[in-house]
Ligand binder design. Structure first.
Ligand code: F6R
Length: 240
């Protein structure tokens, strides 16, 4: 039986509230949980609600892991995904940024930076929770198609689809051509995955990802084999 539980919501507040509730439920009673969190547009409303609704400091002990980062972008660059992670999740939830495991896209030795990240994941006994969005091409993090489930934390050239979708975040600046991503291996090994999907732009990919053939061409399809996935999807994505 599939470990996938699906909730279809209305767009906007209903989606954000449901997303916040499933994240809150996953971290309730696990104050030191190891959690990797996506940036992107989809989870922003849920994160804002979470910060508003969680009792003060109840999330401050979370061990947060960055999901992905552009190569060659400094943390104060407006495109930085570390900066976005910090503004949207780490700071509002009162997590000490010095405890976050960042992906260093400025490292001279990017492979070593990825190994250091994987070592930190291993040292904590794996991730408790992965909060992910769905790329328009089925990517998770920047595990671009094709990615098989053993794909590790690594540098990846970004696909045209990802460059086009990410250009919308900062239209005035070029999208870097490569990124570091947490591997599909560590994401799929997370004890629970929360996948948030919203907007008509995801309608063409959400059904193949959740119900289509399991294939490296749609990296998110490997979630179908995961024992504990909570999917929150709005009607614009599900019914378009
Ligand atoms: C973001 C990330 C990406 C996004 C995905 C969906 O850190 O890793 O996989 O989650 O591209 O992006 P949005 O939410 O902007 O549609």
């Amino acid at each position: 039986m599939s470990g996938l539980r699906l909730t279809v919501t209305d767009r906007g507040e209903d989606f954000d509230a449901t997303g916040a509730a499933v994240i809150a439920e996953a971290i309730a009673g696990a104050p030191g949980a190891a959690i990797v969190v996506a940036t992107g547009r989809t989870p922003m409303g849920a994160y804002a609600r979470l910060a508003r609704d969680l009792p003060a400091r109840s999330a401050s002990g979370l061990r947060v892991f960055q999901l992905d980062e552009y190569v060659g972008v400094t943390p104060d660059d407006p495109r930085s995904l570390a900066g976005w992670t910090r503004r949207s999740f780490v700071d509002p939830l009162g997590v000490d940024p010095d405890t976050v495991v960042w992906l260093d896209g400025l490292a001279e030795d990017l492979a070593a930076a990825c190994r250091a990240y994987d070592d930190a994941v291993a040292a904590i006994g794996g991730l408790d929770l992965a909060v992910l969005g769905l790329g328009p091409n089925g990517h998770l993090g920047f595990n671009e198609p094709p990615s098989d489930p053993s794909s590790g934390t690594r540098e990846v050239p970004l696909s045209d689809a990802s460059i086009a979708s990410n250009a919308a975040y900062r239209p005035e600046l070029p999208v870097p051509r490569s990124a570091l991503t947490a591997g599909l291996d560590v994401l799929l090994a997370a004890r629970r995955v929360v996948l948030l999907v919203s907007g008509a732009g995801k309608a063409a990919i959400v059904h193949p990802a959740l119900e289509g053939p399991v294939t490296p061409e749609v990296p998110a399809s490997f979630l179908q084999r995961h024992p504990d996935v909570v999917v929150v999807v709005d009607r614009d994505a599900w019914e378009s």
